[in-house]
Design a protein around this ligand. Structure first.
Ligand SMILES: [Zn+2]
Ligand SMILES: [Zn+2]
Ligand SMILES: [Zn+2]
Length: 383
């Protein structure tokens, strides 16, 4: 990879940080608590000058590619598909299954209701997925166990030049990497290189006032305290009488390996658009079911749909493709996009039960049922 723009720091005037307001490169290390290492522990690394410790690190905008981005191919023409309507038997079976899944619904209306009408409200779902890679860096440290110390052996590679193996497209993932040539050995800032810290329970004394005799050494007048054998003090159980504990930060090693940690994250960002059919079925229901896939187009950057028969789907595609490219190309690298259209079967069934007309919906490949006003439920209705 050969990118011309190797400038990842504040000096990049073209970089507009994401909506948070402040440039993310300078994420404040506020959440770290009192054991935060002092800034003096971090060397100045060329290309990583703004890196802070902890807090997840600042996001790094991807460099401008030195070569023009490949132009997306126009989407292939889609064949026209139709899905056959479901039969009365399928509608009734789905309804009976629905009624029996509710603990106190009577199955009678589902079994004995007479279907008088079935109407198809099949609907399109357009989905755009944008698979992105983001990179962020922060100073990090770990106990020193003889790891390689390589700071300043040569300039570190830029954060976007470090190889990282992306998972399969459209699968979320994360990887952390030590940035080469940034590792150095420093005395532990928490224990000041001692490897141990004074015990808080006994203030470093190793023993404390005996809780049985409260320090007097005696109980009930002249009886010697058995717990402390008259000493008035007992060993501190927290530090086993040593007065100090191993340092949690360096695990007693006294030294830390300090390095810049690169976090690479892969995220599948997905947005859906479902065409409203005014069937009476809540559109939310459709998020739980699948449909028949009519169209799939996957490439580095997709081109908005053209020529699809439903204009609402075409304009949703234009809107979402523009939104995704504006939203994700600033702060991440787009690796792949995918757009799909599914046709979700929705059937509105009208039936008679005790001389009254009722409706229910059967939808999705899964034949899910929605029946808001089921006529035979008891008082303990479950939703
Ligand atoms: Zn005692
Ligand atoms: Zn102690
Ligand atoms: Zn330490």
């Amino acid at each position: 990879m050969n990118y011309q723009n190797r400038n990842y720091g504040i000096a990049n005037p073209g970089y507009i940080p994401a909506a948070q307001g402040a440039p993310a490169m300078f994420a404040t290390p506020g959440a770290e608590g009192p054991s935060a290492p002092p800034a003096s522990m971090f060397d100045s690394m060329p290309g990583y000058e703004g890196t802070v410790a902890g807090g997840g690190g600042g996001f790094l905008p991807p460099p401008m590619p030195a070569f023009p981005a490949p132009q997306p191919d126009p989407a292939p023409q889609q064949p026209h598909w139709n899905i056959p309507s479901i039969t009365e038997d399928t509608a009734r079976d789905a309804f009976i299954l629905f009624a029996s899944s509710k603990c106190c619904y009577s199955k009678a209306p589902a079994k004995d209701g007479v279907i008088t009408n079935m109407e198809a409200f099949n609907t399109y779902r357009y989905r755009l997925e944008t698979f992105t890679e983001t990179r962020s860096t922060e100073w990090s440290h770990e106990p020193y166990n003889g790891q390689t110390v390589d700071a300043f052996a040569q300039p570190p590679p830029g954060p976007w030049d470090i190889p990282a193996k992306s998972p399969s497209f459209f699968l979320d993932g994360k990887e952390t990497v030590k940035v080469p040539y940034t590792s150095s050995m420093k005395p532990c800032h928490v224990c000041l290189g001692m490897g141990r810290k004074p015990c808080k329970d006994c203030a470093g004394a190793g023993n404390k006032v005996c809780w049985v005799c409260n320090g007097s050494g005696y109980r009930h007048g002249d009886d010697r305290c058995h717990h402390c054998v008259g000493r008035g003090r007992e060993n501190c159980s927290r530090c086993h009488g040593q007065g100090s504990k191993q340092c949690d930060t360096c695990h007693g090693k006294q030294q830390l390996l300090v390095y810049i940690k690169l976090t690479v994250k892969w995220t599948n960002n997905s947005d859906n658009y479902v065409v409203e059919q005014l069937s009476g079925l809540q559109v939310d229901n459709l998020s739980k079911v699948s449909g028949k896939e009519l169209f799939r187009d996957s490439q580095y950057m997709v081109y908005p749909l053209m020529g699809f028969p439903d204009p609402a789907v075409v304009s949703a595609s234009q809107r979402l493709v523009n939104e995704h490219q504006a939203k994700y190309s600033q702060t991440s690298r787009i690796l792949q996009q995918r757009q799909t259209i599914e046709l979700i079967p929705v059937t509105k069934v009208t039936y008679l039960w005790k001389e009254k007309s009722h409706i229910y919906f059967v939808y999705g490949n899964e034949f899910k049922v929605s029946a808001d006003n089921y006529p035979a439920t008891c008082c303990c209705t479950v939703m």
